[in-house]
Design a binder for this molecule. Sequence first.
Ligand code: ADP
Ligand code: MG
Length: 204
Amino acid sequence: MFITLEGPEGSGKTSHIPPLVEFLRERGYHVFPTREPGGTSIGEQIRAVIHDLKNAEMHPRTETLLYQAARAQIVEEVIRPRLERGEIVLSDRYFDSTIAYQGYGHGQELEQVRQLVHYATGGLTPDLTILLDLDVETGLQRKVRQQEWNRLDAYTVEFHRRVRAGYLELVRQEPGRWRVVDASRAWNSVQEDLRSLLLEALRR
Ligand SMILES: Nc1ncnc2c1ncn2[C@@H]1O[C@H](COP(=O)(O)OP(=O)(O)O)[C@@H](O)[C@H]1O
Ligand SMILES: [Mg+2]
């Protein structure tokens, strides 16, 4: 089973994954957490280039392609082999981030972006994708407090609003794959919802 967490900056993806993994492992599931961009040696090098605040001149197409390069590597090196061994892979972001950020956010032609994403993943689609939905201001304020500010966080508030609207549009287009969790609530409540959703999906 391949499960992905999506959502805007500061929605809680990275902080929720370790306790979710521990929770599932205690129940006997083989879970492997990973993150995008990165998750492999090559991917982490690409991540550094994408996130570096010094790379302000990066064109949206360059950005889009760098994400796909990192993604192709993690799919073949990590995700596909583990899924074939019957493990659960839980990823902090995956291709929906590209549709939301590089597609809706930058306003690039969505069908072209989808084709690129399909090329990068070889068509590997998550079984379940959870959107941690949060308003842009709250998310960015959480990020500022965390002092983990990267080149994408620094895009305009309007950009981040398009990203959030893009995510909600993706949910509308493919309701069978998505679940939405209100990430504006207390961290513990969000974690509880995520645990229930994962158990429900794994028992299916
Ligand atoms: N529900 C929440 N309430 C308050 N703070 C939160 C909540 N969820 C996450 N945070 C905090 O917000 C910051 C960003 O969370 P993080 O998990 O890194 O988000 P993301 O990976 O989605 O950008 C962290 O400092 C985290 O502890
Ligand atoms: Mg994160």
